[in-house]
Design a protein around this ligand. Structure first.
Ligand code: BYC
Length: 474
């Protein structure tokens, strides 16, 4: 179904045919706009931005570019096209037709998953809301705003599901999505990473590389769902997610490129000298990487989880690319092993039913996917003739969720004592001094064609436009 923009809420779900639902969503819409004005990139609402909007969900229409002010962005409800005769692809109900309505027995589980997913979307906008003031260039400012409006739309995607399929409970959850706030002591966002401050652009690039990639993996799992409206919603969200991760990949690459350029200019790899010369040194970049990667690893939940086993068994949440990446889609009798502390300062491998280990299976797939950027970044470093390498931290490093929570490990995964951790912590994770230094570099640059000193310019622009195009008119 094509997207209609003639209605107050653009959609491709035939909203006007369901007056009750349409009215309920039209009542939520002004609350969303109030939230955007209070908690979004507030001071830029009058700026014209070069943004893409979906005009259809196919390859031709999902990225249609134009100049508009962010509050005029048409947040709407877009589902990927229905797959005819789609069947549940995993778990106990494999081969049965997918559900168009929520089965009563799975109602609270599905609601919990949709609320958790929905909560992350406005959370990320809140985390990033002040970054516009310290943007390194107009090109980067556009990227930020593109991501922000799309995260707003992803919230709409989940709110549609809550309103359309969960009755009064769903409407109440939709309200609560606007009431929790990132980092709020009394009413924080649900998942830890979404309460972490994102106060500089290096954090933004790491967040979009690592945390949005968790989004990719979770959405892939939900795209497998037997609840077809959820699957179709997530499939369309995934098309937008790819851009968010590319902002991270290119952004981190440009920070690294500038660091190695400066190292060559001054003929030194001394971090202090690199900082004095106006770049962010490689060890600091590695510490930011360690932080955001380990925090994002927590987002997959515990290694052994009855929640995960139940959602898999019931056909509610699968593994990423379930049909092509795995052979046994039932996995009722299969087992797998995972690593856990042995209680004596060492590591053991435990055998568990595979269904219980789905979170860990997805986490491992995610970490493997994270290597793509590392290869590109390390090529940049090698090309500059610098002898250094960025590395992903071990699954055991700095974890606060799962079996490694409460255990200390170095980034290579060696288990260490509390004293060794305290002594080395600041060489592995950003210290307050690192954060203060990075923040001190965040001068706002909005002159045409100019880029802040700590980051290399972008190599190409957006939608065939030059990199120094007037993407945002302030
Ligand atoms: N922080 O059995 P467990 C994105 C909770 S990112 C705090 O181990 P389960 C985006 C868990 O909720 C993708 N709490 O795990 C990115 C549970 O609580 P309840 C977001 C945590 O349930 C960038 C309890 O601990 N989408 O889209 O198998 C920008 C025991 O849980 C954490 C989703 O996550 C944590 N890190 O799975 C914008 C998909 N981890 O229910 C957007 C929806 C676990 O007992 N969510 N807990 O009170 C899920 O699929 C699952 O809830 C989880 C955990 C994967 C998060």
């Amino acid at each position: 179904m094509s997207i209609t923009y003639a209605e107050r809420i653009p959609n491709n779900v035939g909203l006007s045919a369901n007056k009750v639902l349409q009215r309920a969503l039209e009542q939520w819409q002004p609350k969303f706009l109030d939230w955007w004005k209070a908690m979004g990139p507030t001071d830029f609402n009058a700026a014209d931005c070069y943004l893409r909007t979906a005009t259809s969900v196919d390859a031709q229409g999902w990225a249609t570019y134009g100049m508009l002010k962010m509050p005029d962005y048409r947040w709407g409800i877009f589902l990927a096209d229905k797959v005819p005769d789609r069947k549940i692809g995993f778990g106990d109900f494999i081969g049965q037709p997918v559900w168009e309505q929520v089965p009563g027995e799975h109602r609270s589980t599905l609601r919990r998953l949709i609320v958790t997913q929905g909560d992350t979307e406005p959370a990320s906008v809140e985390q990033q809301r002040l970054l516009g003031h310290i943007c390194p260039s107009i090109y980067d400012l556009r990227s930020l705003f593109q991501i922000n409006v799309e995260e707003g739309r992803h919230l709409w995607a989940m709110v549609y599901l809550l309103h359309a399929y969960f009755g009064r409970d769903g409407r109440e959850e939709a309200e609560a999505l606007l009431e929790r706030h990132s980092g709020n002591r009394d009413n924080p966002r649900i998942l830890n990473t979404f309460n972490e401050p994102v106060e500089d652009w290096l954090s933004l690039f790491m967040f979009t590389y690592f945390t949005d990639r968790d989004g990719k993996y979770q959405l892939k799992c939900l795209a497998e769902s037997g609840f077809d409206p959820l699957s179709r919603t997530c499939r369309f969200m995934l098309t937008e997610e790819a851009y968010h991760m590319s902002v991270g990949m290119l952004g981190v690459g440009r920070v690294i490129k500038r660091a190695v350029e400066v190292m060559n200019e001054i003929g030194s790899d001394d971090p202090e000298a690199v900082r004095r010369a106006g770049a962010i040194d490689l060890p600091t970049i590695q510490r930011y990487l360690n932080f955001w990667c380990s925090s994002s690893l927590d987002l997959f939940g515990s290694e052994v989880s009855t929640n995960a086993a139940t959602t898999f068994a019931n056909g509610i949440k699968g593994r990423p690319d379930e049909a092509t990446a795995y052979v046994d889609h039932d996995a009722r009798t299969a087992t797998t092993t995972y690593e856990a502390p042995d209680g004596h300062g060492g590591v053991k491998r435990e055998e568990v039913p595979l269904r219980n280990a789905v979170n860990e299976i997805v986490r491992e797939a995610y970490l493997k996917d994270c290597e793509v950027g590392l290869r590109i970044w390390n090529r940049l470093i090698a090309k500059a003739g610098v002898k250094a390498e960025m590395k992903l931290p071990s699954l055991r490093f700095n974890r606060t969720v799962g079996v490694w929570a409460g255990h200390r490990a170095d980034p290579a995964g060696n288990l260490i004592g509390e004293e060794a951790w305290a002594a080395r912590r600041d060489s592995w994770l950003p210290s307050p001094a690192d954060r203060a230094f990075v923040r001190s570099q965040m001068q706002r640059v909005t002159e045409h064609g100019k880029v802040a000193a700590w980051i290399a310019p972008p190599e190409r622009g957006v939608d065939g436009k030059p990199a120094d195009y007037d993407y945002v008119r302030l």
